[in-house]
Each structure stands twice: as C-alpha cells, then as structure tokens.
Design a protein around this ligand. Structure first.
Ligand code: PMP
Length: 297
C-alpha cells in the first residue's frame, strides 16, 4: 500500500482534547500509558452523504468501553457527538470514516495509572471501502485464525479496546501473508466467533445464522443487518455455531462499520457462493446508511 499517505502526515485538522488542531501537530509523547499498557479505547464509524451513521450509538459505545477500562472521558457524549461532526466538517468530508480514540496519558508509567489524564482525539478521512469493490462482489477469502476470542472472564470482551486487537493484527497479517483478505476467529470454546474486525453471518435455506456475541462485539452493523433482515421477514437465528457446520451454509458475509456488508466466498476449507440474500442485505444496508436521519448534537 505504497500510495497511502502516512496517517501522521496528512493535511488539515483533527479534534484533540477539546479543540481542532493542525493534523500534523496532533502528537503524544512516547511515554504514554495507552501505548505501553493498552489503556486505549476507540470507535470507527462512517459518514455517508454528510451524515454520520449511528453517531450516538458509537459515542455511547466509546463511553461504555472507556468505563469498562476505568477511564472517565472528560467530555459529555453530546460534546463528543459535536466533536465528530466538527472533525468531519473541518476536513470537508461527506463520505468517509471517523476514528475517535480515548487513551491514558503520560503522568504515570507503570501498571497502575490512576492519575493519568484521559485524552480524546477524533480524526476523519476518506475511506471508500474496506475491501476493494471487485473483491467485494466475488466474495473475499478468509483464513482460519490461530488465536481465539477470549472468554468474558478473561478480558473485557465487549469493550472496543485497543488491547483486544493485538491478536487480530497478528492473525490478519498471517492471513494476508498467505494471500487471504482476512481471518475468521473461533472463540475460546471453539465456536465460530467473528473476523478480525467484523461480525459474521451465514445463510442456510433462506435463514440467517450468526454467532451469539457473548465474547466479542455485538457490532452496530450486525444489529442493523439483523433488524433489516427481520423487517423483510427473514428469519435470524443467533446461536453457537460449530466450525464443521460451515459445510452446510450456502452464503456467508461479514458486517462492520468499515466492512459494511462484505460477501465471503471461502473460509479455510469451506466454500460459499454470494447469493440473493447476501446481495439483498448488502443493498438494503447501503440504502439504510444513506437514509439515516442527520444526528445533530
Ligand atoms: N468485531 C470487531 C473485532 C470489530 O473491530 C468490529 C468493528 N468495530 C466489529 C466486530 C463490528 O462492529 P461495528 O459493526 O459496530 O462496526
């Protein structure tokens, strides 16, 4: 990806600790607790036609994730909603991606970090599609990840916390090195869980099957797609799914704010053919995000 401008070298401004600052000046010290100990939570949401989809829900999740890590964000949710709007407006981005992040600062540098400042930054940039359009239509290929999603008594699994992505990056890199687009992770029990940054759905005889999000994020896109499917009379079954069951599913797709609805053609030894239901939900989700009411803070 040689043509990607490094993220610290972009033009414009971003929101940092209560004000807009020049993008290239939005720096933090190397002795930052969030960097050393993973005391960092973040969000990722898309803006479509000038409207941030599910803005309030993303901000709520950011606050919930921070609270789970014992971090008090020094702003109100309304202020963060407004800051997201400003971060998009200042870059003049109508279609793109927003990344709010909250992390512990540098006042203490050890496991204990009660007195650190909680910093918040929000940046917005253009991001057409997580996977390339050509890849999307034929379905992406997934490897099977070496690491598993941990149990709810092993890690704060419902927080969108930076630390939980350590295993995702390792698995995604391994998958990419083998020519796959992403990797499917099982959970600590061996059930199908999710991809490294998106939830997973399967189709069997017109019915949607998706894992119960009891040890990973119940994605906002997942919730949208379930609601869209149900509104169309499609039956949705949330249940534990054994890996071997994947041989009986005809279609498969991923959901996520970045991934949107992305058809899958292959997971390890299992094959799927992106079909009518996947395509219908992909288009219905595209309509839904563009028709969303503008959230004003
Ligand atoms: N699981 C993981 C690990 C993710 O990173 C994401 C993306 N935030 C999701 C699921 C999907 O969540 P959402 O639909 O809320 O973006």
């Amino acid at each position: 990806m040689a043509d990607v401008i490094p993220f610290d070298q972009r033009d414009g401004s971003l929101w940092y600790d209560g004000r807009l600052v020049p993008w290239k000046d939005a720096k933090t010290h190397v002795l930052t607790h969030g960097l050393h100990y993973g005391s960092s939570v973040f969000e990722g949401q898309r803006i479509y036609g000038g409207t941030i989809y599910k803005l309030k829900e993303h901000t709520q999740r950011l606050f919930k994730s921070a609270e789970t890590l014992g971090m008090t964000i020094p702003f109100t949710q309304d202020q963060i909603n407004q800051a997201c709007i400003e971060a998009a407006e200042v870059q003049n981005i109508k279609d793109g991606y927003l990344r709010p992040v909250a992390f512990r600062g540098s006042e203490m540098m050890a496991v204990s970090a009660q007195n650190t400042t909680i910093h918040v930054a929000i940046a917005c940039w253009p991001w057409p599609s997580y996977f390339s359009p050509a890849e999307k239509l034929k379905g992406i290929r997934l490897d099977i990840a070496r690491y598993r999603r941990p149990a709810a008594d092993t890690a704060p699994v419902h927080a969108k916390a930076a630390g939980l992505y350590m295993i995702c990056t390792i698995c995604k890199h391994e998958a990419e090195a083998k020519g796959y687009a992403d990797a499917l992770m099982f959970d600590y029990r061996g059930y199908v869980a999710e991809a490294t940054g998106a939830n997973v759905f399967f189709v069997q005889e017109g019915v949607l099957h998706t894992p119960i999000p009891d040890c990973f994020l119940n994605g906002l896109t997942r919730q949208s797609v379930i609601a869209i499917a149900k509104a169309r009379g499609v039956k949705v079954v949330e249940r534990h799914i054994e890996p071997e069951e994947m041989k009986d599913f005809s279609e498969c797709f991923l959901t996520g704010s970045a991934a949107e609805v992305t058809p899958v053609s292959e997971i390890g030894p299992y094959r799927f053919k992106p079909g009518t239901l996947t395509e219908t939900l992909m288009n219905a989700y595209a309509d839904e995000v563009r028709g969303a009411a503008k959230v004003s803070a």
